[in-house]
Design a protein around this ligand. Structure first.
Ligand code: COA
Length: 415
């Protein structure tokens, strides 16, 4: 069975996390991804957070599956010649260098278009045009500047970043969509185009509901779904809402049986309006079904803390999985707080290929997150990440270099 992006050739100039997430997705959809790395060192993440000496780190292997690796010094003249051939050979160049690095290398967008007018140039930068356009950016800077940190955390605490890599992997996802859209457009226009995704913009896009709340606050000076209501006066910016959903269906994290010893013995519980009467019956508060102080979502808003405290009295008598089973029978939306240990052992995630075991020649077996996007006619097979420069010879030979020329380039440390 052919893969959805079979035949699409990606020149992968990405490093660290944001760009590699994007090109890994394209590889999983069937594109031929050629990762270009500096001779000798390669992507810095190969050597970061190592758990086994001299072996590619999990950080690298988990972001670079299904790719081929060529080493190339793109600052040498011979390296630039090879790069020109790669640009002619490929459909998309993806990069997440610091601002201006590609230009300094001598490959501006104008030059790339001269070499290959069908080429799509896709870039991730920290910021779009504006005061910070030249800044280097890592994950947490994007979370802070995109509105996530100011709206995340304890209502009385400092701004908080989340473990979900919304700045890096989130932007990589956005860029991947831009690339396939540009490829689709190229079918009609015959031309490539520039695709850019700024990390600040991507985080803000994921924080869209908080900009919604900012405007609601501006107009009404109150956010009744937030834990500050009704005791604490609101300021002029959306506050941190703790674990409250802050949306139309109030939710909270509640203790379950064993919480005193297990840091993850909790459940997220949503008091969806449609199942309010079932919730009341389960916790033994049938009177709340008709009591005017609790009967409607609006009436419940000032009492949410007390309501969740009462529900917690019930959840504390069940394990998070027992509570999940009981609540699901009544279609009450809830979810156990799963640890990474529990997730890595989860049989259903293994069965769907969302958690995959991969074998690596120097590391041995390890777990990774497979493709979360499932295509019925183009299933993903996760294959290991390449060793540094593993495919240099075969890629140079596809570009037309002879065995003697390849040996020369290797001898001169161009590849
Ligand atoms: N051959 C020769 N030189 C190469 C090369 C190659 N194959 N690959 C990279 N280089 C050079 C670059 O041209 C650049 O040189 P220059 O500074 O002289 O122009 C140099 O390596 C360093 O690249 P840079 O991107 O600046 O790396 P960095 O480690 O200093 O910064 C980031 C890392 C992530 C902060 C930066 O790349 C960045 O801000 N990227 C955009 C935002 C982003 O994606 N951030 C999230 C990362 S997860």
């Amino acid at each position: 069975m052919s893969k959805a992006l079979e035949g699409v050739k990606i020149l992968d100039f990405t490093h660290v996390q944001s760009g590699p997430t994007c090109t890994q997705l394209l590889a999983w959809f069937g594109a031929d991804v050629i990762k270009v790395e500096r001779p000798g060192e390669g992507d810095a993440t190969r050597g970061q957070l190592r758990d086994i000496p001299d072996v590619d780190s999990l950080y690298f292997t988990m972001l670079n599956h299904n790719k081929r690796s060529i080493t190339l010094n793109t600052k040498s003249n011979k390296g630039k010649d090879v790069l020109v051939k790669l640009i002619q050979h490929c459909d998309v160049l993806v990069e997440n260098f610091a601002p201006g690095a590609l230009d300094r290398m001598g490959f501006s967008w104008e030059r790339i278009q001269e070499i290959n007018p069908r080429m799509i140039l896709a870039s991730i930068k920290g910021f779009g045009p504006g005061p910070y356009v030249d800044c280097k950016v890592y994950e947490n800077v994007a979370q802070c500047t995109g509105g996530a940190a100011s709206t995340t955390g304890d209502p009385n605490g400092i701004p908080m970043v989340t473990g979900a890599q919304i700045g890096d992997s989130g932007t990589g996802l956005h860029l991947a969509l831009g690339i396939v859209t540009a490829l689709f457009h190229r079918e009609k226009s015959g031309r490539g185009q520039r695709v850019t995704a700024a990390m600040q913009d991507a985080v803000l896009n994921l924080c869209r509901v908080k900009l919604r709340d900012q405007q609601r606050l501006d107009r009404t000076q109150v956010l009744k779904e937030y834990p500050q209501y009704p005791e604490i006066e609101f300021g002029d910016a959306v506050p941190r809402a703790g674990n409250a959903s802050g949306g139309g269906q109030p939710g909270a994290i509640l203790k379950c049986k064993g919480w005193q010893k297990d840091p993850n013995a909790y459940i997220y519980f949503i008091t969806q309006a449609a199942v309010w009467s079932d919730i009341c019956k389960i916790i033994g508060e049938e009177g709340w079904i008709t009591n005017p102080s609790y009967a409607t979502p609006e009436a419940r808003l000032p009492h949410l803390k007390m309501i969740f405290a009462r529900i917690e009295e019930w959840t504390k008598t069940k394990t998070k999985f027992e509570a999940m089973d009981i609540l699901n029978e009544f279609d009450i939306p809830c979810g156990p707080i799963l640890s990474m240990k529990e997730i890595s052992d989860d049989k259903s995630l293994r069965a769907t290929g969302t958690v995959v075991e991969v074998d690596h020649p120097t590391r041995g077996k390890y777990l990774t997150v497979g493709n979360p996007i499932k295509l019925s006619d183009s299933p993903t097979e996760v294959t290991r990440s390449p060793l540094l420069g593993e495919h240099s010879g075969e890629i140079l030979s596809i570009l037309g270099y002879s065995a003697t020329e390849i040996a020369q380039l290797k001898g001169e440390r161009v590849v």
